[in-house]
Design a protein around this ligand. Sequence first.
Ligand SMILES: [Zn+2]
Length: 275
Amino acid sequence: MKLQIYTKILSSLFKSLGAIKANVKERRPLPKDDVSEDDPIAEENEKVIVNKPTEQEFVWHDLKNVPRTKERGESKGDRDWKNITGITIHQTACQFGNNPQRVLNVPVHGVTLSDGSIVLLHKPTDYMYHAGALNKTDIGIELSCNVPGVEGVAETFWLPKKYKHLKGEERLARASLPTEKQLEATKRLIKYYVDEVAENGGKIKYIHAHRQSSKSRVADPGEQIWKAVGEWAVEELGLDPHYGWTKGGLPLPDVWTGKANGVRYSSKYDGRLKK
Ligand SMILES: [Zn+2]
């Protein structure tokens, strides 16, 4: 997996190098021997090379206008920009791989994949069934991965029933954790939606976990994702996570938020922090 990511970064770096070379030629046609190390234009482009790859690492796939192949992937109606007030974070609880087409029927607005790809599936104004009572107000983002509710705790790791016999390390071995790049891509997608809603006259004020609107989705999106992405949105974007609050689900547990709010993870696992 890591090798693939590095290969991708390298190939995009070479692509951008190629693009910059072509650009230099266009701007100032020079005989080959005239291009020296201390050429001011080459120097200026050096800086571009440093900045470019980070932008190009994240590939955005716009599938908003691609017809769905299953009904569950279709929008259930429209809503006004003014009614969009939050973003709900999810984990898919299965690994879709890096082909954007494979998430086409996931009923949510945007998805991030392991290689850091960002897939746009629906407009924020499309009404999607992704988070029960939060469907009305929230944009849904899924991270394609399968991660335990609490890091390293096998009992908090959801797997299909056929894996019921797997315990401890054997169970955890089936996890497919989000990559660093995917977590970074998810932050970009959150920021993108905050900006897009603002540009259209609305305002995103809240960041939620699917857990908050579903008693059965205890581990959705899980400690690792919430810490990296949810708490980031609280700190960096000033979004309100509604600590202690639910809309038909369970409140954000202390073990995710790092705050002593007196909220257990579940009846099986405590994880409360001392005040
Ligand atoms: Zn979910």
